[in-house]
Ligand binder design. Structure first.
Ligand code: WT7
Length: 663
């Protein structure tokens, strides 16, 4: 502690962070609890007593054109179906319902563009735009069951296009705007998309990419695509193929204004989302309507303690990922929430732009990813310090394990030690949050997603014996169905069964994550089971080692992978970026090794530390450990096309080679 004190004896920022790292449990503050919708522990038990009844109740919070009698059809596991005899429309629930309740003038989105321009979209605006868009799709021959590809940047039209599909029973297949056109074509082809909605061009950090022209080069590979519908966005000229390509605004003027929402079978496919897995072939994760909406609506309300009349909610994800589908579009809209939607990057035009927007819109609920938090740590607390963040009352985290240092930094610097942090574990497959604190009820422990939310049952299973692990490590499994579960992998029932339901039978969903459960029943997600390193027969989690490394004051980010080792089977290689005060030299490498040794144990010490300026990341910000693994093991590198910045790899290759040569 002594060396973290200023010469004048005042406690430094680092010492305050260190002190918070010593706190084991963070109870919701009295201030938060006073206003929270749910503060009573009994919600867990009540849901457990009759979990199907619980989900039926949550489903009935939505509008049903025809009520359901059947809650769950589990006659053919793992092909579960929910609320089958009711009739529902997702778009009606997200839009019409609020307009009819007199809330049409409520803001659905405060949209902010790259260059600071803004648009205010009310529920009445959505109502008007979605109907028109739906009629345009109908005019192009799209009907129930047809797939519509959506390749759009973070502009309001992406939400409108999704809701338009939902309105008429079409299935959307959104491809993240950062993907290469060839991935778009591939995904259109494998999903038999009939129409592709895209833009003339998209802006990113001051530049404009000619999206339509790039799509043109590859779209022939997807012969199912009969029309390309172009939303004018960036004012870029683009070639238009006669008969195939249409400008949205031109067609929109020719269709009817009204398009009533169709009462649909609740198992109507709502969307397919291809997940970036570790295998070559993407998995088309399929979600349907009634159960999915039930899950996202209930969790948005509970996990974020959302009060639509007063909250301003902001999820910083991109709609191209499931987080955007569930927690920018469907969950918030089903609740009638007011959201911020931001087109840009967190460091453009400056590194404080997020906090500027929090202040400007009075954001109360903020949901982001640990990788973003760690970037903010690297940039320094001076950026958020320039803005008034006192409107915030709840913070959320998603996408990867959040290391305790990032958790407490988020809690302190962004949340002012006032806001509960909800660490939400879920997956594209689960559709909605599964394990997370209820912010007014559950005490948080930094790094732990805590408990399954009411209505969800999770457990750990020993991979060798198949026995439940009550305390200790195991495979994370969900041992009964839940409404927002994936229904299958698109056109691949077999792979659906073998990927998720084969290991312990058709009633136990295997999530693919390893986790730890403590004496309080709290789950700490260790990471994907393929990210486990085995050193001398001891299993070590890459996430755990990384968390230890980034706890060092000099470290910004770390990624840990195994490399083969003669003595121990595998050894740990740590790729490390620094905050910039000190050089990445041998002395620091030794220090980091000992630092990890002291935190976890000698076994966890990295055999090698490679200092680098950047880590290879996907466009969604996930560190590509697979590439680092290939590098560490001296293998030919796999696919690098999904990297945000492919040049990072060349630099790393040189560093690894230089280090190997000198050792
Ligand atoms: C995988 C799912 C959930 C939407 C975004 C990612 C990891 C997710 C957490 C968390 C630890 C997490 C898991 C999971 N993950 N949330 N709070 N703590 N790990 O969706 O791309 O389908 O990835 O992300 O490993 O299996 P996805």
């Amino acid at each position: 502690m002594a060396d973290t004190l200023d010469p004048d004896g005042s406690t430094t920022f680092e010492a305050e962070i260190d002190a918070l790292l010593e706190v084991e449990r963070f109870e919701p503050s009295e201030e938060f609890r006073r206003a929270a919708s749910t503060t009573d522990e009994s919600v867990y038990e009540e849901a457990e007593r009759d979990w199907q009844g619980y989900w039926a109740r949550r489903a009935r919070e939505l509008h049903w054109h025809e009520p359901f009698q059947t809650v769950l059809d589990d006659a053919n596991p793992p092909f579960y179906r929910w609320f089958t005899d009711g009739r529902i429309n997702v778009s009606y629930n997200c839009v019409d319902r609020h307009v009819e309740a007199g809330d049409g003038e409520r803001v659905a989105y405060h949209w902010v563009g790259e260059e600071g321009e803004s648009r205010t979209i009310t529920y009445a605006d959505l109502h008007r735009d979605v109907q028109r868009f739906a009629n345009v799709l109908k005019g192009l021959g799209v009907g129930t069951g047809d797939v519509v590809g959506i390749f759009l940047p973070m502009i309001p039209e992406v939400v409108v296009a999704m809701l338009a599909c939902a309105r008429i029973g079409a299935t959307h297949n959104v491809v993240f705007g950062g993907f290469a056109p060839s991935s778009v074509a591939e995904r259109m082809e494998v999903s038999d998309a009939k129409v592709l909605v895209t833009v003339d061009g998209a802006r990113r950090k001051g530049r404009t990419a000619p999206v339509k022209a790039a799509v043109d080069e590859v779209i022939d590979r997807a012969p199912s695509v009969q029309h390309v519908l172009v939303v004018r966005n960036a004012g870029v000229d683009c070639p238009m193929a006669q008969g195939r390509d249409l400008f949205y605004d031109e067609v929109a003027g020719t269709v009817e204004a009204e398009c009533p929402a169709e009462p649909l079978d609740p198992e109507t496919p709502l969307f397919i989302l291809y997940s970036s897995g570790s295998t070559a072939k993407p998995k088309g994760i399929l979600h349907t309507s009634g159960g999915y909406l039930t899950g996202v609506a209930a969790t948005t309300k509970d996990v974020f303690d959302l009060k639509p009349e007063t909250d301003v909610y902001w999820c910083t994800a991109d709609v191209g990922w499931v987080t955007g589908h569930s927690y920018i579009v469907y969950g918030p809209l089903a609740n009638g929430a007011t959201s911020v939607m931001f087109e840009g990057a967190p460091d453009y035009p400056h590194k404080g732009i997020w906090w500027e927007l929090v202040e400007r819109f009075g954001v109360t609920i903020f949901y982001t990813a640990p990788t973003a938090i760690r970037a903010c740590i690297k940039w320094g607390p001076e950026h958020p310090a320039k803005h008034d963040l006192s409107s915030l009352r709840l913070l959320g985290s998603v996408g990867e394990p959040i290391n305790p240092k990032a958790w407490v930094w988020y809690y302190k610097v962004i949340g002012g030690e006032r806001c509960p942090v909800v660490d939400t574990w879920w997956q594209t497959e689960t559709g909605a949050v599964m394990i997370s604190p209820l912010p007014g009820v559950t005490a948080a422990k930094p790094g732990s997603a805590t408990r399954p939310i009411p209505g969800i049952s999770a457990k750990l299973v020993d991979p060798d014996t198949g026995q439940e692990v009550l305390e200790g490590e195991g495979l994370l499994a969900i041992d009964r169905p839940w409404p927002s579960m994936l229904r299958t992998l698109y056109q691949d029932d077999e792979r659906y069964v073998s990927t998720y339901w084969s290991r312990f039978g058709p009633r136990t969903y295997v999530a693919g994550d390893g986790a730890r459960r403590d004496a309080d029943g709290y789950f700490t997600i260790i990471g994907r089971i393929d990210d486990v390193i085995n050193v001398s027969g001891h299993r070590l989690s890459t996430a755990e080692v990384e968390s230890a490394i980034v706890a060092h004051d000099e470290v910004a980010e770390a990624a840990v992978v195994p490399e083969p080792h003669d003595l121990t089977g595998q050894a740990i290689v740590a790729f490390v970026t620094l905050t910039g005060q000190r050089q990445g030299d041998d002395a620091l490498a030794v220090e980091l090794r000992e630092f990890v040794g002291a935190r976890i144990g000698k076994l966890a010490r990295p055999g090698r530390v490679v200092f680098t300026d950047d880590l290879p990341k996907t466009r969604s910000g996930k560190i590509m450990r697979r590439l680092l693994r290939d590098l560490a093991e001296g293998r030919e590198l796999g696919d690098v096309t999904t990297l945000r910045d492919p040049s990072v790899v060349d630099d790393l290759r040189a560093r690894v080679a230089a280090q190997k040569a000198s050792s």
